[in-house]
Ligand binder design. Structure first.
Ligand SMILES: Cc1ncc(COP(=O)(O)O)c(C=O)c1O
Length: 315
């Protein structure tokens, strides 16, 4: 999907024109992948735009920076305020928000300590990620690529470098005609897709991989666990063997982009009846009800964006 440019990008505390948000090719991040970032959704509610789980996303961002020893001049709350400012000023929603912290232009060489930290926040209009048919379920494969192993690249950090692994998974899936690939971890347990956590339902029990299986601590994953517990659906976080993917009654992806996307086949084996399952539907109803404003925001997940006009600009 082409990026639909907006007017402003937040850079180190100030709004700058979209076209001025440029980096030198010799920046540390370009050469060594030294970035951490977030992907956040701003939904359109009848009351106006609202950012989904703003604090949790930016907490994960500052956690990612901490793992990589990146000093950041802004607090979590200041970066959250930056998101509200840029989305409000650009007047574009529903949208995707991309805060990114990176090592900029300073010194040559792998040592990152003498390259300055740059913080940017961009936003742009954004629709469905895995295609408009995704509500019916997507066809996926198990990737031949293994997810990054523990103590190689930290899976709990959302770093740009991790997405080289994700790109291999995604490209293989696309080339073979699938919407997405599911990667196994270094021990052969189900890990995740290139940009999604995976949930499995078997005999009424919802299962997902624990953080020890090299998964990103997904904000949507956490939201689904919260909804499921609230609805009284039994939940376990445990290692999922590959074959469980083929035996499950229901499988679905969760992610900011994918939201809750049912999976209808894996490696051309039908998941359950090959249609969206009852538990997936039940959780989807709650999730989309809350983010669409049809159900009360009972978990306090939505932060309203102050805007000048209730009407988005040019969307
Ligand atoms: C590798 C990976 N796993 C899982 C997820 C889902 O996380 P979240 O629900 O926070 O978007 C993402 C998306 O950010 C991702 O890139």
């Amino acid at each position: 999907m082409a990026i639909a440019k907006t007017e402003n990008i937040w850079h180190n505390g100030k709004l700058i024109p979209w076209d001025d948000a440029c980096l030198h090719v010799m920046s540390h991040v370009v050469n060594y992948g030294s970035s951490v970032f977030e992907g956040v959704r701003c939904y359109s509610l009848p009351s106006g735009p609202a950012i989904f789980r703003a604090n949790e996303h930016i907490q994960r961002l500052v956690d990612s920076a901490k793992i990589y020893r990146i000093d950041v001049d802004f607090t979590r709350d200041e970066i959250v305020a930056g998101m509200l400012e840029v989305v409000g000023r650009n007047g574009v929603w529903p949208c995707y928000v991309r805060p990114i912290i990176l090592r900029g232009y300073g010194e040559a060489g792998v040592n990152p300590f003498n390259s300055p930290t740059e913080v940017y926040i961009a936003n742009y209009a954004w629709g469905k990620y895995l295609g408009s048919d995704a509500e019916q379920g997507v066809d996926v494969c198990v990737s031949s690529w293994t997810r990054i192993a523990p103590n190689t690249l930290p899976a709990m950090a959302k770093s740009g470098a991790n997405y080289m692994n994700s790109q291999l998974i995604k490209m293989e899936a696309i080339i073979n005609g699938y919407a997405e690939g599911i990667a196994l971890d270094a021990n052969g347990y189900v890990s995740e897709g290139s940009g999604e956590n995976v949930f499995v339902v078997r005999n009424g029990v919802l299962q997902t991989a624990p953080l020890g299986n090299s998964v990103l601590p997904g904000i949507t994953r956490d939201s689904v666990l919260t909804i499921a517990k609230d609805l009284g659906i039994p939940v376990v976080e445990q290692g999922i063997p590959r074959e469980m993917l083929y035996l499950a009654d229901e499988v679905f992806f969760t992610g900011t982009a994918a939201e809750i996307t049912p999976i209808r086949s894996i490696d051309k084996i039908s998941v359950g009846k090959g249609t969206i399952g009852a538990i997936t539907k039940q959780i989807q109803r709650e999730f989309y009800g809350i983010v669409g404003g049809d159900k009360p925001d009972r978990f306090n997940w939505l932060t309203p964006v102050p805007v000048r006009s209730k009407q988005p600009v040019g969307v």
